[in-house]
Design a protein around this ligand. Structure first.
Ligand code: TXA
Ligand code: MG
Length: 318
């Protein structure tokens, strides 16, 4: 069972665990989050592992300040105005990644945007102490409801984490509102703690609303990064001119003519592979290869999400 401690007693331990790439239970004013270092790919992979998500949905990166936000994302004037009005608070903005953003690609699931929010309370203090953004989805297993107390986190994820910071029941009790900001256009991706009317009053214009089921899975709205090079999955060999995305200690035997080769995890570790996936796909896409051959990846644990992502990348663009 994890330690459940108030912030002042948990602070040091929390920083230590985050520094080691572990995930912790973290209270925010909306719901409790499962938080880990947003700049560390393996730490972020652990979040997906614990949640048991069969897909890499993009995560929200939590910041302590406007300054940290601006290191992570480009913030047009409209985003600045919304930050001024609603941060810290239950508003998440989807923004273009800054060129030198420290956010790991797995947080954005390979998209070129990042969802940012500045939480209230101990979460913000902890991020300030840590000095880096924290990725945090709601601290529930995939498909369960979002937890609003430390005990609810323990009941759902207790065997998978060492520490939950307890700040009592959350004040808002439902997730943050998510808006996408494209220069001066605003799109509502998920309704939540801040109302559309409040946002429109500050923005001085209407929020656009996508129709249909997209609203349940906002990450699926934006088209995912797909390599321009064709992908050949479950490859047992590598053909001349192809690039190889390898996995595990056993590379295909007819090696030597490949355009490039990167191994997601030479030891066959799925957490390491998840952390490397998006950046390695990007790098091999630039290798001038005829195709990217991908070695089979076991369809268990994080392998399921990796294979889901590879299948999407291999599918012809919709
Ligand atoms: O209140 C909240 O927002 C809580 C607390 C812990 O901060 N967090 C939360 O995270 O609800 P999560 O992972 O359960 O929901 C985040 C949503 C997902 O539906 C995801 O698809 C969307 O944000 N999202 C994240 N990055 C995105 C992006 N770049 N583009 C579009 N949607 C994105
Ligand atoms: Mg959630």
């Amino acid at each position: 069972m994890p330690a459940i401690l108030p912030f002042d007693m948990a602070r040091e331990r929390a920083l230590e665990l985050l520094e080691r790439g572990q995930a912790i239970g973290l209270p925010t004013e909306t719901v409790y989050g499962l938080a880990a270092d947003a700049t560390n790919g393996e730490a972020v992979a652990r979040i997906f592992e614990i949640k048991g998500r069969p897909q890499f949905n993009p995560l929200i990166a939590h910041v302590d300040s406007r300054e940290m936000a601006e290191r992570c994302a480009r913030m047009p004037a409209l985003a600045q105005r919304l930050a001024e009005a609603f941060w810290p608070g239950p508003l998440t903005m989807v923004l273009p990644l800054a060129e030198t953003s420290p956010i790991h690609l797995l947080v954005c699931a390979g998209l070129d945007t990042v969802a940012l929010r500045m939480p209230r309370g101990p979460a913000r203090d902890l991020i300030a102490d840590f000095g880096r953004p924290l990725a945090a989805p709601s601290a529930n297993r995939s498909g369960r409801i979002s937890p609003t107390t430390a005990q609810a986190v323990a009941d759902d994820l207790g065997d998978a984490i060492d520490l939950i910071i307890d700040a009592g029941p959350t004040t808002i009790g439902l997730e943050s509102t998510i808006v996408r900001v494209d220069d001066d256009r605003l799109t509502l991706l998920r309704s939540g703690g801040v109302t559309a009317e409040e946002i429109e009053a500050v923005a001085g214009g209407k929020l656009e609303r996508p129709s249909g089921p997209a609203i349940q899975a906002p990450g699926m709205l934006a088209s995912h990064y797909a390599p321009r090079t064709a992908m050949r999955l479950n490859a047992r060999d590598v053909r001349p001119g192809e690039a190889l995305l390898a996995f595990g200690p056993h590379a295909p035997h007819d090696m030597g003519n490949e355009a490039a080769m990167l191994n997601l995890s030479p030891s066959g570790d799925l957490t390491e592979a998840a952390a490397n996936l998006f950046s390695f796909m990007r790098r091999l896409d630039l290798a001038g290869a005829t195709a990217i051959a991908v070695q089979p990846i076991p369809d268990e644990g994080l392998g399921e999400a990796i294979n889901d992502r590879l299948a999407r990348a291999a599918a012809p663009a919709a």
